[in-house]
Design a protein around this ligand. Structure first.
Ligand SMILES: Nc1ncnc2c1ncn2[C@@H]1O[C@H](COP(=O)(O)OP(=O)(O)OP(=O)(O)O)[C@@H](O)[C@H]1O
Length: 395
């Protein structure tokens, strides 16, 4: 009898110990490598509560639209019966809309359910939503942007995504799929493993040297791609809307690619007229000026040029890069603005000044004089040509 009691005690202690170990092991890893649906469930709803309330009311009034038990109950079980304020699938009533797969042959046949079940890791939570890295079977890595506050209705979002998909541009990262219901807007891209322009410029001091020639190439590629997109999508009024160095990603070949094109919208009917209604609320263009969406992109591109030339952050502890550059140039201390790394590598001062002039034109507050992206792209190309011919003829 004593032995039995001892054994039971040992088993009990073992169980207790294992549980403690498990807890420790999971500590701090709650957000890592859980299925995507689990991560989405834990977050707050993307759309406003009003829309959710209306939707729920509709579901109550109409028994035929009671939440589908197939997907939602399964996902809840998978999430360890976590009760959450909001569940992606449990609020979906009736049919769950399909995942629209756009371009990628890699994803052909991928379903929304498969995407939700795949392990995911939170990469960032920005102003316009959260971003997850999702690992599919077979080694395909995707990112899923859960969009918040984009100011676009569901119908408009679907139309925009399809229109943008028709415009192929080498330096613009295409969305490979999207999902759009009344509660959710998800955009899917291929995962780009080589970081972004922000990290390259402002990352650790030990990061690889980003020389003048490479910076000029990045400026040229981005300007050309943006000019192309503006031309192709001008009639539809679809500009980027949230251009910044963090949205310039480097692909496998280390070529810069503009990401998240057209995800944000500013209400604007007439793209050629600047009206106070058309204020861009984007990180780079948040200057309180009235800009059309396309002008907003030109401004944001100008800020990226300033980042490339100065190596400085756009904003930090009250410091504002465009204002600082304008004030230094006004005092005729132009050379002071350039990144020390560029000066010490012996980059041509003339070319840097020319590029700075382009940047200043882009961020010029006077509405009617601002250049279009096509004009900006041409100006940068001519600076690049000068640079190339100087290298060719330099003994
Ligand atoms: N396709 C991708 N592959 C790899 N990394 C990506 C991809 N898309 C974005 N990232 C990176 O993930 C991080 C988080 O991106 P996210 O879009 O959430 O940030 P953000 O642009 O600051 O957000 P927001 O625009 O909503 O304020 C950034 O470092 C971004 O460069």
């Amino acid at each position: 009898e004593e032995n039995e009691v001892k054994q039971a005690l040992v088993q009990f202690m073992e169980k207790l110990f294992t549980r403690k170990c498990d807890k420790k092991w999971h500590k701090g890893m709650e957000h890592e490598h859980r299925p995507l649906h689990w991560q989405l469930d834990r977050n707050k709803p993307c759309e406003d509560q009003k829309e959710k309330a209306t939707k729920n009311a509709v579901a109550h009034d109409n028994p035929s639209t009671i939440p589908s038990t197939t997907a939602s109950s399964e996902y809840k079980a998978g999430a360890g019966n976590q009760t959450s304020e909001y569940s992606l699938t449990s609020v979906e009533t009736g049919m769950v809309p399909p995942l629209v797969v756009l371009t990628s042959p890699l994803l052909r046949g991928l379903t929304f359910e498969e995407l939700l079940r795949a392990p995911a890791e939170l990469l960032g939570r920005g102003k316009h939503g959260s971003l997850y890295k999702v690992m599919l079977d077979g080694g395909v890595n995707l990112v899923v942007k859960r969009i918040r506050n984009c100011g676009i209705s569901s119908d408009n979002f679907k139309t925009r995504m399809k229109k943008i998909d028709q415009v192929k541009c080498h330096n613009v990262l295409p969305a490979v799929a999207f999902y759009c219901s009344r509660q959710e807007k998800l955009l899917v891209y291929e995962y780009q493993p080589n970081g972004n322009l922000f990290k390259l410029l402002h990352g650790s001091p030990t990061s690889q040297i980003f020389d003048g020639g490479s910076r000029l190439n990045v400026a040229d590629s981005i300007a050309e791609a943006l000019a192309f997109m503006h031309r192709e999508l001008h009639e539809d009024g679809i500009a980027h809307g949230n251009l910044k160095s963090m949205n310039i990603l480097f692909n496998m070949a280390m070529e810069p690619c503009i990401s998240e094109y057209g995800v944000m919208e500013v209400e604007n009917q007439d793209q050629s007229v600047l009206s106070p209604k058309n204020e861009i609320q984007n990180d780079n263009a948040n200057k309180g000026h009235a800009y059309s969406t396309f002008k907003g992109d030109v401004y944001a591109f100008g800020v990226i040029l300033l980042e490339l030339l100065t190596g400085k952050l756009v904003q930090k502890n009250g410091f504002d890069l465009p204002s600082w550059v304008n004030s230094v140039v006004k005092e005729e201390w132009t050379v002071e603005v350039f990144d020390r790394a560029l000066i010490s590598e012996g980059a041509s001062e003339e070319r840097m000044v020319n590029l700075l002039q382009v940047a200043l034109k882009c961020i010029d507050a006077s509405p009617n004089d601002g250049p279009t992206m096509s004009r900006v792209s041409l100006m940068i190309k001519s600076i690049k040509e000068e640079e190339e011919s100087s290298i060719t003829f330099d003994p």
